[in-house]
Design a protein around this ligand. Structure first.
Ligand SMILES: C[S@@+](CC[C@H](N)C(=O)[O-])C[C@H]1O[C@@H](n2cnc3c(N)ncnc32)[C@H](O)[C@@H]1O
Length: 246
């Protein structure tokens, strides 16, 4: 299984014969079927000259989702400046050179913001497909304001990477599984489908044992997961619960 998809629902396809070897290697490592023509599976991991993407095979137009830090949304954020994310940076007490462990990398939005603000980020992702998509996005973003170079992406279970060397440990558990509507962004539908839900409490508890600042992202009105936080930063729809110790 990959999240709610069984492996037989996903295949790997390469646009071009030149990309076939790479695609075959990925298929082998993910234990997925490789195909050299349009697949009949529900989902496809698609290699093209533009990089690695994933899409529902029947999606029209066929435009695989990619982790793309140079898309207009990111360019827009860049123009608006870092001020827009003040609450996020305050919650993490971010400053250039700070070492952050992002235990839930996902598609790297938060890790990229942290790195953009100058932090050194170790980002952990346990889902192999999500990891591969993020890795590809980071490679394509190389050279963009040195931001990707400040992110070390690691695949694995975050609890095994906790340690005292980080200034802050960040946890963004999956919450509020959105209903699949035609309006849910494709990336969200895919991410939700690819992920396995799990109880974040053991990770939060273990992080608090080793780090002086642990930040948990939650829906604005969600219950605190690990008891009363020391500080809470509230946004319009989300909040950050901060657990500090001296
Ligand atoms: C809500 S998403 C995170 C989104 C991310 N903050 C972003 O900005 O794109 C949660 C991600 O964390 C991963 N994850 C959840 N628990 C994890 C754990 N214990 N170790 C490693 N990865 C984990 C999931 O596979 C998923 O990709």
């Amino acid at each position: 299984m990959v999240g709610s998809f069984t492996l037989d629902l996903i295949s790997v396809w390469a646009e071009d014969v030149k990309l076939q070897a790479e695609a075959e290697n990925l298929a082998k490592s993910l234990k997925l079927e490789f195909t050299s023509s349009k697949p009949s599976t529900k989902l496809v991991l698609y290699f093209s000259a533009k990089g690695l993407g994933i899409t529902f095979t029947n999606e029209k137009p066929f435009r695989p989702f990619q982790v793309d830090f140079q898309n207009p949304e990111w360019q827009f954020r860049k123009r608006r400046g870092l001020a827009d994310n003040k609450m996020f940076f305050s919650a993490l007490a971010l400053a250039p050179g700070k070492k952050i462990l992002d235990t839930t990398a996902g598609f790297g939005q938060d890790a990229f913001l942290m790195a953009w603000a100058g932090a050194k980020v170790t980002a952990i992702e346990r889902s192999q497909i999500v990891f591969e998509l993020l890795r590809d996005g980071l490679v394509r973003a190389q050279g963009w304001e040195e931001t990707p170079e400040r992110i070390s992406l690691v695949r694995g279970e975050a609890i095994t990477f906790l340690g005292p060397s980080f200034d802050c440990i960040y946890i963004d558990p999956m919450f509020d599984k959105p209903k699949k509507t035609a309006k849910s962004p494709k990336s969200m539908q895919l991410l939700q489908g690819l992920l396995e839900e799990s109880d974040p409490l053991p990770l939060i508890a273990a992080a608090r044992q080793v780090c002086k600042r642990v930040v948990v992202k939650l829906p604005l009105k969600g219950d605190a997961i690990a008891g009363e936080p020391n500080i809470t930063y509230k946004g319009q729809s989300i909040r950050f619960d901060v657990y500090t110790s001296v």
